[in-house]
Design a protein around this ligand. Structure first.
Ligand SMILES: NC(=[NH2+])NCCC[C@H](N)C(=O)O
Length: 342
């Protein structure tokens, strides 16, 4: 069984273990960085960061039997501020034609751009590779972000952004970075990625300000622009299904595509229901559709809990199995929110 909850200060060792096995840019294998993500999340869930747009929430998926953390996901209320703009490449197509030699070309052009009042961002999705498949942990971690945004819609922006991971080389390097970013910064992809989490000044100062013709890159480098890696293909499909689309914008480092949706158009957020828990155990669990259902608490070390569970929704009442009520820490009459889990 799995429980989704807000990250707690005591989760540092569990997160470190995950970061070590995964070594992905989504969850930095760096104790200081992890500690600061945890601190910020704890203060965000606790409402101790006054301005909701400055909050950043980290969700963890816990295997209830062992207490082991098996995945994470994040919501950043606003990605792109005056202090730390959201930076990306705009991808456009430019045509040229010469009548003298009757040649027609279409070039892909990259132009650096900044957003200072950026969208809400969903990210940080990682799943222990040993676990993929069972009980759909990736989908749970992904969906919980929409459930949370729906529960607290005024805290978030009108657009939601997902920056997807491109195909990387087996050693974790990025082909686009090797061809472009590295030559303008002298940093490795990992170094630049780590630095960009704290300070993006170097991008603004060192990246080319003028348009870049991707035509100048080797074919295999052009191919990664706006593409996702094999492990991200499923996430991309899921996002498209719930209302996201490619914005013709990419990560300036690795070329990973930016997908976006209007918050009010995301189907999962639209289908959020608020219900009261019924004083009755759900019987014949297999006969019922699954939902992702969440409850919130006053406990400063555990503000938020969610589980995937079969449920029967009747108007504004919901009937849950006993085990789900236990995991959520709710009893009859308590308020919960749910979205369909298909
Ligand atoms: N892979 C990266 N770290 N890319 C650079 C940062 C890009 C990101 N959109 C930001 O503004 O923070």
């Amino acid at each position: 069984m799995h429980l989704l909850r807000d990250v707690a200060p005591s989760d540092l060792p569990g997160l470190k273990r995950l970061a070590e096995v995964l070594n992905t840019v989504n969850l930095p294998n760096d104790e200081e960085a992890l500690q600061s993500i945890i601190d910020k999340s704890v203060r965000s869930f606790g409402g101790r960061i006054r301005d909701p747009l400055q909050r950043e929430y980290l969700f963890v998926l816990e295997e209830t039997r062992t207490g082991r953390l098996v995945g994470t996901s994040m919501v950043i209320a606003q990605h792109g501020t005056f202090e730390a703009p959201h930076v990306f490449f705009e991808v456009s197509q430019r045509q040229s034609y010469s009548s003298t030699i009757e040649r027609h070309f279409q070039h892909t052009v990259l132009s650096i751009a900044y957003h200072y009042e950026g969208p809400t961002e969903i990210g940080g999705l990682v799943v222990d590779p040993e676990l993929r498949g069972q009980n759909k942990p990736g989908k749970q971690l992904s969906y919980v972000r929409f459930l949370f945004i729906g529960m607290h819609r005024p805290w978030f922006r009108d657009h939601v952004l997902a920056e997807l991971l491109p195909p990387l080389l087996p050693d974790g390097r990025s082909l686009l970075w090797e061809t472009l970013g590295k030559k303008f910064t002298g940093l490795s992809y990992m170094e630049a990625d780590r630095l960009s989490r704290q300070n993006k000044e170097f991008i603004k100062e060192l990246f080319p300000q003028s348009d870049i013709y991707a035509t100048l890159f080797p074919e295999r480098v052009q191919k990664v622009i706006g593409r996702v890696g094999p492990n991200t293909e499923g996430v991309k499909k899921m996002l498209e299904r719930i209302g996201f689309r490619y914005m013709e914008r990419i990560d300036p480092f690795d070329g990973g595509p930016h997908f976006e949706a209007r918050t009010s158009d995301v189907s999962l957020i639209r289908s959020l229901r608020r219900c009261k828990v019924l004083d009755e155990d759900l019987l014949r669990e297999d006969d019922h559709e699954c939902v992702l259902v969440a409850a919130e608490h006053k406990d400063p070390n555990n503000r938020f809990r969610a589980v995937k569970s079969p449920a029967r929704v009747e108007g504004d009442q919901i009937c849950l199995p006993g085990w789900a009520r236990d995991l959520l820490g709710v009893s009859a009459g308590d308020k919960v929110a749910s979205i369909p889990f298909e």
